[in-house]
Each structure stands twice: as C-alpha cells, then as structure tokens.
Design a protein around this ligand. Structure first.
Ligand SMILES: NC(=O)C1=CN([C@@H]2O[C@H](COP(=O)(O)OP(=O)(O)OC[C@H]3O[C@@H](n4cnc5c(N)ncnc54)[C@H](OP(=O)(O)O)[C@@H]3O)[C@@H](O)[C@H]2O)[C@@H](O)CC1
Ligand SMILES: Nc1ncnc2c1ncn2[C@@H]1O[C@H](COP(=O)(O)OP(=O)(O)O)[C@@H](O)[C@H]1O
Ligand SMILES: [Mg+2]
Length: 284
C-alpha cells in the first residue's frame, strides 16, 4: 500500500496562515460558487455559506433563477448572479474575476448544463474545485478531462470516484488507479471517505479528523465551499485541499459531544468552522 503522510495538528500548523491584522475583504479573496438546480438550491446555500465562514472576503453564487430569493433571504452576505434559465444552468456567465471557483453542488446534469460546463472549461484559467454533478458530467464526457487545467481540485465521494476511474477490487487497486488518474490529468483528488485521502500524483495525505456524524446530506457541499474559500485566499492548491479537509473533519469532532452522531447536520459543520479555526490558534 502507498505510504501516506498523516495530516495532524503538526502538519496543519506548517500550512495554516493567520490573517494579517490590516487585511480587508478585497484582499481576503472573492470566490464564486456555481451550482444548483430546481430542488437542489440548498447545496449552493450550504457551500456558499461555508465558503464565507472559512474566511473568504466576498462570495458570489451563480445559480438558476429559481434560487434567487432562497439565496438572498437565507444568506444575505452572499451575492447572487442568475442564469437565464429558471430551473438549471445553461451558460456560466459572470462579469468579474474571482480568485477561485467551486463548481458542482446541486448542479444537476441537464444537457444544457453539460454544454455550459464544456464551454466554461475551454477557456477557464481560474483555480477550480469540481464536485458532485460537475464530476458526474465529466464522467459522462471523459474528453472534458483534457480541458481541466493542471492543479484543479476534484472532490469525489466513492460513487463519483468510481464513475471517474472505474470499479476497483481492493483498496490497493483503488489507490493505484486514483494515483494514475491524478498523474495523468494533473488533478488533486480529495478522495472522500473515512478517512479522506488527498492525492497529488505520487503524494498521498491521509486526514486524521472527522467521524461518522459527517455521514449526512450536504457535508460534501460544505467541504467544496471550504476548499474554494482557502484557494481564493491564496493558499497553495494542495494546502487548500489539506487544510479544508482537516478543518471540515474537526468541526464534527468538536460538535460530537453536543450533537451525537445522529443529530449532526451539514449546517453544524458550518456552525463549528469558527471553533475549528480557534483550536488552530490555540496551538500556535
Ligand atoms: N440539500 C441539497 O440540495 C443537497 C444536494 N445534493 C446534491 O445532490 C446531487 C446528487 O448527489 P448525491 O451524492 O446524493 O448522489 P450520487 O452521486 O448518485 O451518490 C449517491 C450514491 O453514492 C454512493 N455513495 C455516496 N457516498 C458514499 C460513501 N461514503 N461510501 C459508499 N458509497 C457512497 C451511494 O451509492 P450506493 O451505496 O447506494 O450504491 C449513494 O446512493 C449532487 O449535485 C449533490 O451536490 C446532495 O449533496 C445532498 C444535499
Ligand atoms: N463515516 C464517515 N466518517 C468520516 N467522514 C465521513 C463519513 N461519512 C461521510 N463522511 C464525510 O462526509 C462528506 C460527505 O460528502 P458527500 O458524500 O459529497 O455528501 P453530499 O453530497 O451529501 O454533500 C465527505 O467529506 C466524507 O468524507
Ligand atoms: Mg457530494
């Protein structure tokens, strides 16, 4: 089995950067979250709120029209751009340059959305996190992988990973297929699970935080927002992935004594991001 670097407090403190006292929202990064479709706007709400709560200065979402009121009312701090379509995204258009983009939570896989992702990937040069239906669309159209720029972060759960790399018969085979995929397409894979592993070519990092309370709807959408936030704040891509996964898991470890495994929900991840950061500060 491949040797992994364990991501513990010591590894995190090598990577974590405290914000400068004189920083302002313009320096803290502007992130864009693209996703949502009818019935799955919640995924974008979770992702964009997590993005803000991870320290990004400004967050904009790009969603179908049906999500406009939902987003504006549920998270007033987030800015909202809408597609011309009511229930799905048909063209990724935005009139500013974000420092990082997260794509996929709740996006759906309508043909129009597949075409929109294709057009977007053809020209995009902005650091990217691709999750959920963003990955499912790529799995259906594997040629899109040639358009994904190096160092893109992809965050598949086991089923999404299988759609991308094919089935495996053992953990060893899964790792070796994932490493080959990461090298071939020059992507960083956040291989979600228990534990989550981050794969950057031959380098494999194993996260040490998190627990089964995270096995609940929307926790992956939250993780996408957190990693996108760190990328927008100019973390090196690999560090954004490692730190995002570590903090995400830490929220569940912090909350567990109060929520138990059963009542923990994705919003509890978001509610505990602050405590997760504070626990890093205590260690400094
Ligand atoms: N509130 C909202 O708006 C929410 C919106 N969401 C959005 O919905 C969209 C669809 O995403 P999705 O992940 O639910 O569907 P899909 O890709 O078919 O995967 C499901 C199948 O994968 C498997 N599987 C998953 N985890 C596994 C594991 N750890 N270990 C092993 N297997 C695992 C499992 O397969 P099974 O074991 O049943 O064969 C399961 O049935 C997407 O856009 C997302 O962002 C959601 O985020 C929820 C909240
Ligand atoms: N038993 C578990 N132990 C630790 N982490 C888990 C466990 N189950 C799920 N998770 C974590 O929860 C998240 C689930 O992501 P995902 O399946 O994409 O959820 P969703 O699509 O509903 O947002 C991942 O970060 C995964 O590592
Ligand atoms: Mg998911």
């Amino acid at each position: 089995m491949t040797n992994s670097i364990y991501i513990d407090q010591e590894e995190i403190l090598k990577r974590y950067k405290q914000p400068d006292k004189k920083t302002h929202k313009g320096i803290q990064g502007h992130a864009l979250i693209i996703g949502g479709s009818y019935g799955k706007i919640g995924a974008v709400s979770l992702s964009s709120k997590a993005c803000l709560k991870t320290g990004c200065g400004l967050v904009t979402v790009f969603i179908p029209k049906c999500g406009y009121d939902i987003l504006q009312i549920s998270i007033p701090e987030v800015m909202v751009l809408t597609d011309i379509q009511e229930e799905m995204i048909s063209n990724f258009t935005f009139d500013f340059t974000p420092q990082a983009i997260g794509i996929g939570p709740g996006l759906g896989q309508a043909v129009e959305t597949q075409n929109a992702l294709h057009q977007f990937l053809k020209t995009n040069t902005i650091p990217l996190v691709i999750d959920a239906d963003g990955l499912n669309i790529i799995s259906k159209n594997k040629k899109l992988l040639d358009l994904v720029q190096p160092k893109t972060v992809i965050t598949p759960h086991p089923k999404e990973l299988e759609r991308l790399i094919g089935k495996w018969d053992s953990e060893e085979e899964k790792m070796s297929k994932a490493i080959s995929f990461s090298k071939q397409h020059q992507v960083i894979i956040v291989m979600k699970g228990a534990p989550t592993r981050i794969i950057d070519g031959e380098s494999v990092y194993e996260n040490t935080t998190g627990n089964a309370a995270l096995a609940t709807a929307g926790t992956g959408d939250v993780l996408t927002g957190m990693i996108t936030s760190l990328l927008a704040q100019s973390y090196e891509t690999i560090d954004a992935a490692i730190l995002g996964v570590y903090l995400h898991g830490l929220t569940a470890d912090i909350a567990l004594p109060e929520t138990g495994y059963q009542s923990f929900i994705a919003s509890d991840v978001i509610a505990n991001i602050g405590k997760a950061f504070l626990s890093l500060k205590k260690m400094v």
